[in-house]
Write a protein that binds this ligand. Structure first.
Ligand SMILES: Cc1cc2nc3c(=O)[nH]c(=O)nc-3n(C[C@H](O)[C@H](O)[C@H](O)COP(=O)(O)O)c2cc1C
Length: 223
């Protein structure tokens, strides 16, 4: 199976599929658990975030986006199921986060010589899925994913679309054959979710499970 070392930074890409909150929830968990994260937010994902969450990050540079994201996730919109965090923790969280723009093809994550534990794309649009499946490396997200494949590193795509076309399914199959984990953002009901946050936590927890990180974000089936 693909190589994995959880002590190295994790590449997280958020693309323009519906469900910005899946990406933000992963970012929240990873940073709070002291993981270093290299984040790439696609331009289209910033637009979807504006439409879904009423927050306009479309005109920010990478540094401004980093501060806005940390403020939004850990202060303004802090998940009510989590406890509040201190100024000291906030400072350390900011230090653990690198943000790259999708056109910055010279970013460290574009090279196989930069050591990372793997990459998660959440949510993953069908457009980005197709670029990764075809190996186009058309922006930093598909290039970083291409690097994961060539370096035999863990790559998880939290795809979201419904219904899937035959082309989507073919792209998923060819990536699955290349060792990629295709993890559709499909909620379950057996654990009796009460809120949207429960559903988001389920997908986030399943994604972390697949990456090899314990989270306790959802109740496991245990009869
Ligand atoms: C509100 C909104 C919701 C969207 N939802 C999805 C979706 O769930 N899945 C998908 O594949 N594309 C979706 N799209 C279309 C993608 O944003 C579009 O294909 C875009 O080119 C993806 O670019 P990216 O992969 O570079 O982020 C949505 C677009 C908008 C505006």
């Amino acid at each position: 199976m693909l190589d994995f070392n959880v002590n190295e930074p994790i590449v997280l890409a958020i693309t323009g599929a519906s469900g910005t909150q899946y990406g933000l929830s992963l970012l929240e968990f990873l940073l709070e658990a002291n993981h270093r994260v290299d984040l790439i937010f696609s331009k289209n994902a910033l637009l979807v975030a504006k439409l879904e969450l009423d927050i306009d990050w479309t005109k920010l540079n990478a540094q401004e986006l980093k501060f806005a994201l940390v403020e939004y996730i850990f202060v303004t919109n802090r998940n009510e199921k989590r406890s509040s965090i201190t100024e000291e923790q906030l400072a350390s969280i900011k230090n653990s986060l690198n943000i790259w723009q999708e056109e910055n093809i010279a970013a460290s994550v574009a090279s196989g010589s930069y050591r990372v534990s793997g990459m998660i794309v959440s949510p993953c649009s069908m457009g980005t899925l197709a670029h990764i499946a075809m190996g186009t490396s058309h922006n930093l997200i598909s290039r970083a994913a291409d690097v994961m494949l060539k370096e035999r590193k863990k790559l998880i795509l939290v795809v979201r679309e419904t219904p899937f076309s035959t082309i989507h399914l073919r792209n998923m199959l060819s990536l699955s054959e290349a060792g990629v984990i295709i993890l559709p953002a499909i909620p379950a009901f057996y654990y009796r979710p009460h809120s949207l946050q429960d559903q988001i936590d389920f997908i986030t927890g399943k994604t972390l499970d697949s990456f090899g990180i314990d989270s306790a974000l959802f109740k496991r089936w245990n009869t």
